[in-house]
Design a protein around this ligand. Sequence first.
Ligand code: PLP
Length: 367
Amino acid sequence: MREDYGNPSSIHGKGVAAFHALSEARASLARLLHVAADELYFTSCGTESNNIVLHGAARLAGKQGKILISAVEHPSVHETAKRLAGLGYQLELIPVSAEGVFDPDALEPLLDEQTILVSIMHVNNETGAIQPLRQAGQLIRRLSPRALFHVDAVQSFGRLPLPLADWQADAVTMSGHKIHAPKGIGLLWLRAGVNLPSLMQGGGQERGLRSGTENMSGIMAFVAAAEECYSRMELHGEAIAQVRDVFLSELRRGLPQLLLNGPADEHAVSHILNISLPGVRSEVLLHSLEMKGLYVSAGSACTSRSTRGSRILQAMGLPKERVDAAIRCSFSRYNTPEEAVQAAGLIVETVNELSGLINLGKRKGRK
Ligand code: PLP
């Protein structure tokens, strides 16, 4: 930022140097993803990438058509799809199982010639559930040849391999801040030949798809973070799984009433864990833990300020008491098993304190 502060759109020397750095950054990401560099577009975040794809696919298709999204998409897909439904597109949600995984058999009857877009996330941000995208891709190609297949891979980029060709995807969304890059940098992959109309008009950056001066420091940090993730993906995954396993077994030992929301086996990533502790409301637990220096969330960070229970857990058909008592814990490669023991201990202690208070309140209420 001190030396290479040029604007990549400027044609003087400083600008040209920045342009080269930008091209190199794009090429590095393309190598990691095994795609062509000119299939990658820098955006400001995952939300923007998702909006570009959904609005773009709708505009490309004309004024009508069917849009399918899974019932557990992030709000940046869910709300955008609802907006499109308000404009006249037909929107249908692909149902998920009680573990939050969609069943390809449930997708099949929804696909038809009128389908213009199918958007399914790779990994769910609240439960960690991994979706069977390969089967989805096969069905979409066979039954809805017109449809654009979009994958929101914000939670899996840098943590799991993204087999884009295997999925037969047309568009994939990624974001920097999930892999330790700064907030405010996103990425979009569009398969060669997919030409979406731009949402913003301006200087024509990012080959006209996303006008606006590029976030150069964010892009450089994003590449550094992605390279670090890709070079040690398996190692990081194993270390995080160990932290998660220690955390979960300590919690289960102290709180046998614990319920796991989402898949427990190979259908889930290791960095997200969603649990319910029946009888203790998630906001109460969240704030009590925060006072002890432990930060968990109730639903996704972007929606957790709303007072409604998690839309995702509701889509999984979980009962209200379980949804109201759900917290989402996440782990990074910087966490240690010792921290996992400590964190689990704090949760056990806090749940016992809160349950004691709740029972006392109930007894007083009865008197
Ligand atoms: N999609 C998923 C699955 C996410 O988890 C998030 C963020 O939490 C987003 C999209 C939005 O990404 P961003 O915060 O970069 O806008």
